[in-house]
Design a protein around this ligand. Structure first.
Ligand code: PFF
Length: 451
C-alpha cells in the first residue's frame, strides 16, 4: 500500500477545522438529550463518575486510535481497514470493524433522526409560544400528545433526514465547516445562560448533588455498561465515524492532543446540560428517571418562566437541531464514502441510499412512542429501546475494543509510529492505554454485566 496523503473525498482545511468537525460529530443529542436522561435513570452521581472515567481512560485513547487508523488509511473505514490489515500482514477479517461500524451507524441514525425530529418540532412549538408560563402538566401533555401522533413524528423525522442527506450530498466542505464554527459557540453560550437560570431556581444545589454526589449503592454493573455505552456514543466512537473524519485530516496535525480537546469540549457540554436539567427537575417536582422525554419536558418549563423565554427557547431548539445535524452527517459519511469507493456511485446517490434505509428502519423507533408502544421484547423494550441498547451498549464498545487492539497490536509499527507523532514515555503511556487499559476495561464491563 502506498502512503496516501490526501483523501479522494476531500480534506479538512486545517487542524482547527478537523476539531470543529469532530466536535460537531461528538456534540449532539447524546450530550443534551441522552446524557441527562440516562444519568437520571441510573441514579446520577456514581453513574457520572464512571462515565467520566470511561471518557478519560477509554474514550480519549480510542479516539486517537480511530483518527490514526483513518489518517493512515485515507479511505472509507471498510477499505482503510482492508488496506491497513494487508499492509500489516494481518487477517483480512479486520475489515469487519468497518462493516460492524456501518451496521451501528444505520441503527443509531435510525433513532437519531426520530429524536432530532422532535427537537425540530420544538423549535416550532417554542416559536408560537406554547410554553409561555407553562406548568409541568402542560409541558408533559404537549410532549405526550406530540409523540403519541405517529404522522407528526414521522413527518419531522423525514424533514430531518432529508436535511442530513442534502448536506452530505453536497460534501462536507466549507459550508458545513463554517456552520459549525458559529453554531457550536452559540450553543455553548446559550447553555451557560440556561445554567444561570437554573441557578436562580433555588434547586441548583440539589441538581449538583444528584450529578456529583457519588452514591455507589445505586450503581449496578448494568449501569456501568450504560455509562460506558454513553461514553462511546457521545464521543462518536466505535463505529468508525471519527475514523472517517480522520481520513480527511491534514498530515501534520497532532492526533492525541486533538482527541483530548474534542473529548474535553464534548464532556463540558454534557455536564452543562445536566446542570441545566436536574435543578429544573427538582424545582418542578418532576421525575429524574423520566426517560427520553426528560429534556423535552424540563427545558420548555424553564423557557416558559424566564424573561424572553420564547425567543431563547426557539433559538435553543434551533441550535440543538443543528448540533444533531452535525452529528448525523458523521453517521452517514462512512457508508457514503464506501458506496462511492466501491460502487462508483455519486455522493448524492450514496447519501440518498444511506439516508433512505435509515429513515425506513427509523419508522420502528418513531412508532415506539405511539402505535407500537406495546410491542415489546426482552423484558419490556420497545423497538427504539432495542436499537439504542444494542448499538450503544454492545456494537460501539465491541467496535472500539477491536479498533484499539488493532491500533496497538496489529498495525504495522512504522505506520503507527509515523502517524501517532509521540515518542518516549508519552508513547509508552499511550500504547498502554490503547493496547491494554481500554480493551481490558471494555472486556471486564461486558463480563461483569453478563454475570
Ligand atoms: N456523538 C453524537 C451525539 O452525542 O449526539 C452521536 C453519534 C454521532 C454517535 C456519530 C456515533 C457517531 F458515529
Amino acid at each position: 500500500m502506498a502512503t496516501v496523503s490526501e483523501s479522494v473525498h476531500g480534506m479538512w482545511s486545517s487542524r482547527l477545522m478537523f476539531i470543529l468537525a469532530a466536535a460537531g460529530s461528538a456534540v449532539g443529542l447524546g450530550n443534551i438529550w441522552r446524557f441527562p436522561y440516562v444519568a437520571g435513570e441510573n441514579g446520577g452521581g456514581a453513574f457520572v463518575l464512571v462515565y467520566l472515567l470511561c471518557i478519560a481512560l477509554i474514550g480519549i485513547p480510542i479516539m486517537s486510535a480511530e483518527i490514526m487508523l483513518g489518517r493512515a488509511g485515507r479511505r472509507s473505514p471498510i477499505n482503510s481497514m482492508q488496506a491497513l490489515a494487508a499492509r500489516s500482514g494481518a487477517s483480512p477479517l479486520w475489515e469487519l470493524i468497518g462493516w460492524m461500524g456501518a451496521l451501528a451507524g444505520f441503527m443509531i441514525l435510525s433513532f437519531y433522526g426520530v429524536i432530532a425530529g422532535w427537537a425540530m418540532y420544538y423549535v416550532f412549538e417554542s416559536g408560537v409560544g406554547t410554553f409561555v408560563g407553562a406548568t409541568g402538566e402542560v409541558a408533559t401533555s404537549t410532549f405526550n400528545e406530540f409523540t403519541g401522533n405517529p404522522a407528526q413524528v414521522v413527518g419531522w423525522q423525514s424533514v430531518f433526514m432529508a436535511l442530513t442527506v442534502l448536506i452530505v450530498a453536497r460534501g462536507v466542505g466549507e459550508g458545513l465547516e463554517r456552520t459549525v464554527k458559529y453554531l457550536m459557540p452559540a450553543l455553548f453560550i446559550l447553555l451557560l445562560v440556561l445554567v444561570g437560570y437554573s441557578m436562580s431556581t433555588g434547586y441548583f444545589g440539589d441538581g449538583l448533588q444528584f450529578l456529583f454526589g457519588f452514591n455507589f449503592e445505586k450503581l449496578t454493573w448494568g449501569g456501568v455498561l450504560m455509562a460506558m455505552g454513553q461514553a462511546f456514543f457521545t464521543l462518536s466512537l466505535g463505529m468508525a465515524a471519527i475514523m472517517t473524519y480522520g481520513a480527511y485530516m491534514p498530515q501534520d496535525s497532532s492526533i492525541v492532543g486533538t482527541a483530548a480537546m474534542v473529548a474535553g469540549l464534548d464532556t463540558m457540554v454534557a455536564l452543562l446540560a445536566g446542570m441545566v436539567i436536574f435543578p429544573l427537575v427538582f424545582a418542578n417536582g418532576l421525575e429524574s428517571s423520566a426517560g427520553p422525554g426528560l429534556m423535552f419536558v424540563t427545558l420548555p418549563l424553564a423557557f416558559g418562566q424566564m424573561p424572553g423565554g420564547q425567543v431563547f427557547g426557539t433559538v435553543f431548539f434551533v441550535l440543538v437541531s443543528f448540533a444533531a445535524i452535525t452529528s448525523s452527517i458523521s453517521l452517514v459519511e462512512p457508508a457514503v464514502a464506501w458506496l462511492v469507493e466501491r460502487l462508483g456511485v455519486t455522493r448524492r446517490r450514496a447519501a440518498i441510499i444511506v439516508g433512505g434505509i435509515s429513515w425506513f428502519v427509523g419508522l420502528g423507533s418513531a412508532f415506539s412512542f405511539n402505535i407500537w408502544s406495546e410491542a415489546t421484547a426482552f423484558g419490556g423494550m420497545t423497538f427504539f429501546d432495542v436499537m439504542d441498547y444494542v448499538s450503544n451498549n454492545i456494537l460501539l464498545p465491541v467496535g472500539g475494543m477491536l479498533i484499539a487492539i488493532f491500533a496497538a497490536w496489529i498495525l504495522d509499527d512504522d505506520v503507527r509510529h509515523s502517524e501517532i507523532g509521540i515518542i518516549g514515555e508519552r508513547y509508552t503511556l499511550w500504547s498502554m492505554l490503547v493496547g491494554v487499559v481500554a480493551p481490558l476495561a471494555v472486556g471486564i464491563v461486558f463480563v461483569m454485566t453478563i454475570f
